[in-house]
Design a protein around this ligand. Sequence first.
Ligand code: ADP
Length: 176
Amino acid sequence: MRTNPNIVITGTPGVGKTTHAELLARNMALKHLPINQIAKEQDCYEGWDDELQTWIVDEDKLLDALEPLVASGGCILDWHACDLFPQRWVDLVVVIRCDSTTLFDRLTARGYSGKKLDENMDAEIMQVLLEEAKEGYDEEIVVELHSEVAEDVEQNVERIEKWIEAWKESKNEGGA
Ligand code: ADP
């Protein structure tokens, strides 16, 4: 039984996942798991997608690498996908959203162009990650938060912190 929740922070690249995850991890002494970095360090790749200029992740290998980390709870899983994480691992799914003009500027500043830029812009406009989260998990544990200006980050993190406190209280009441 976990005494701290596992939280997925997901969304299109550039929406602000890492910014949120780092602040939340610092404030609440949680473990930030930047999944891209873990996949790279543990070589959880099965190939390179030349068109999208991105690595193709070996999901089974990645899950095996993550399992011991998430087992004790208190992890923030920071990734641009969420449906591969088993439901039993996850207590809250935060989908970060961003308006398209702002996201376009952030992604071009990051050097995205061509198909990679277009696909990510389309994914945000079509709210692909929000749908993926709602399909993969109970809707009541999925929250959508916007991250356009600096104050959004503070407010969002505060909201997640309150949620964590309530989660812990509910576990205590349940005699966990
Ligand atoms: P992701 O992890 O989703 O790819 P990042 O957290 O790396 O996104 O954020 C992408 C860029 O956008 C960074 O330069 C970050 O500082 C900026 N950013 C993210 N959220 C906000 C916000 N709410 N206000 C201003 N800048 C933001």
